[in-house]
Design a protein around this ligand. Structure first.
Ligand code: KIV
Ligand code: ZN
Length: 515
């Protein structure tokens, strides 16, 4: 059986989704989880694009030991130099070089002739080969390129040293049959191509990213590029979990193998959804909440008699837990640490100590602490805590059917200074958010507000997600508390802290660029 490599680009193409801004901690946690999932290659970012991306790629390359870590690079020496600096500490450094090859992109975007594009691509690959043992080369907008030109440039970059050739459907335009034909065309028209790896990279604008990727595999691709939950630019990328499970369940048809640990799929999906704030639709294949729910009476009856009547994928295959462990008031630090590790999170001793304090506080108010509660607390402790930025000290909200809702908020800034404000609104949340807007003294557009309970029960924790726009920054925030208003305030402050962090990083980048 052929082996198919999984190239995960959640942290690069996936992070290009509107409103998604992961910080360093969050990227590292996702990279560690991708390593547990046993993807072959992690594309950790675009090192030359910003100081933050550079640092994230560097730390991921130095942390991850059992996957190859790569970074994106335009076909220019300064990008390649930055990528080498970021990736050289990796277990198997690899560069992902790209240049556009379609007439539309060459004429309007690059303003280069096809000959100039070949020259730039060859020169970039040769330069990259001075440093990198593995160079992957991508023909951006390959699917709207002229095939003879595509074959010509592929032959040239192979001669220059590229060992993986990626054929992206950058704008999500191709159909499965046409995509397969491009792979066949290259195999029939580029000498020695059988000694190199062909890769598929599909976007989902027409809803065909997964099926196009599968078609590429059927027609000779040995690598697929995808993201967890299919997040990415515009309509997103091909969803890793859907390709992986299709290849597994229909091994009889595809006749290929992968090295993925499918049992880590659900956990990876949850982590990416929580950290990015991008919700998984309930009916999404493989990882949606309803993917294994049998609703109709006839189906339920069938499944009770024999699972395979209506179930082609068992929930256990992708790590959907059949039961949740419950901790309580009397559980000790040791039990907590064990469960945190079993859930797949890496916490330092100090973080465990802090978590234990929060756990005990919650256990005083809530009888059973479920895995979902614990994950919510871990997120608060590990990812939502911006030590050097703003923190909530207290809120007070007054609401009555015949009264004007009023809120009073006290915040602490990174230097420990207190900020206190009050405002009204037409509802409690609006009063609260008007007050917070005053605290931050800046106009904030609330693009989205979502509230959900962590598990069931009247004493369930409330989890709030917000999306905000401040000046030209769009980002999201989350907050968890037993009270919905406190969770709402925390989510808003979390989003604002991210805005300030992004702005600080941008200012830093500009300083570096002008110095
Ligand atoms: O979609 C695309 O073309 C890309 C390339 C940079 C590989 O993401
Ligand atoms: Zn892409």
């Amino acid at each position: 059986m052929r082996n198919i490599k999984f190239f995960d680009t959640t942290l690069r193409d996936g992070e290009q989704s509107a409103g998604v801004n992961l910080n360093l901690q969050e990227k590292l946690e996702i990279a560690r989880q991708l390593e547990r999932l046993r993807v072959d290659i992690i594309e950790a970012g675009f090192p030359a694009s910003s100081k933050g991306d550079f640092e994230a790629v560097k730390q991921i390359a130095e942390t991850v030991r059992t996957c190859s870590v790569t970074g994106l690079s335009r076909s220019v020496r300064s990008d390649i130099d930055a990528a080498w600096e970021a990736l050289k500490g990796g277990a198997e450094p690899r560069l992902h070089l790209f240049i556009a090859t379609s007439p539309i992109h060459m004429v309007h975007k690059l303003r280069m002739t096809p000959e100039q594009v070949i020259e730039a691509a060859v020169e970039a690959v040769k330069y990259a080969k001075r440093f990198f043992p593995i160079v992957q080369w991508s023909a951006e907008d390959a699917c709207r390129s002229e095939l003879p030109f595509l074959a010509k440039i592929v032959a040239e970059v192979i001669k220059a040293g590229a060992s993986v050739i990626n054929i992206p459907d950058t704008v999500g335009y191709i159909t499965p049959k046409e995509y397969g034909e491009i792979f066949l065309y290259l195999q029939n028209n580029v000498q020695n191509i059988e000694n190199f790896s062909l890769s598929a990279h599909c976007h989902d604008d027409l809803g065909m990213a997964v099926v196009n990727s599968l078609s590429a595999i059927e027609h000779g691709a040995t690598q697929v590029e995808c993201t967890i939950n299919g997040i990415g630019e515009r309509a997103g990328n091909a969803a890793l979990e859907e390709i992986a499970v299709a290849l597994h369940i229909r091994k009889d048809y595809y006749q290929v193998e992968t090295r993925l640990n499918l049992q880590e799929i659900k956990r990876t999906s949850n982590l990416v959804s929580k950290l990015t704030g991008v919700v998984v639709p309930p009916n999404k294949a493989v990882v949606g909440k309803n993917a294994f729910a049998h609703e109709s009476g006839i189906h339920q009856d069938g499944v009770l008699k024999e699972k395979t009547t209506y179930e082609i994928i068992s929930p256990e295959l992708v790590g959907v837990p059949s039961n949740s462990m419950v901790l309580g008031k009397h559980s000790g630090r040791h039990a907590l640490r064990n469960r945190v590790e079993e859930l797949g999170y890496t916490l330092s001793d100090e973080e465990i100590n802090q978590l234990f304090v929060r756990f005990k506080e919650l256990a005083d108010k809530k009888k059973d602490i479920t895995d979902d509660d614990l994950i919510a607390l871990i997120f608060e402790e590990k990812f939502d805590h911006f030590k050097d930025f703003y923190q909530l000290s207290s809120i007070q909200v007054q609401y009555g059917t015949n009264q004007i809702p009023t809120a009073v908020v006290v915040l602490k800034d990174g230097k420990g200074n207190e900020i206190q404000e009050a405002a009204t609104g037409s509802g409690s949340v609006e009063a609260l958010y008007n007050t917070l807007e005053r605290c931050f003294q800046t106009e904030v557009t609330l693009l989205d507000y979502r509230i959900e309970s962590v598990g069931g029960g009247r004493d369930a924790l409330a989890q709030v997600f917000v999306k905000v726009r401040v000046r030209d920054v769009e980002t999201s925030g989350r907050g968890t508390a037993q009270d919905v208003l406190e969770a709402s305030a925390k989510a808003y402050i979390n989003a604002m802290n991210r805005v300030f962090m992004i702005e600080a990083m941008r200012a830093e980048n500009e300083k570096v660029a002008t110095s």
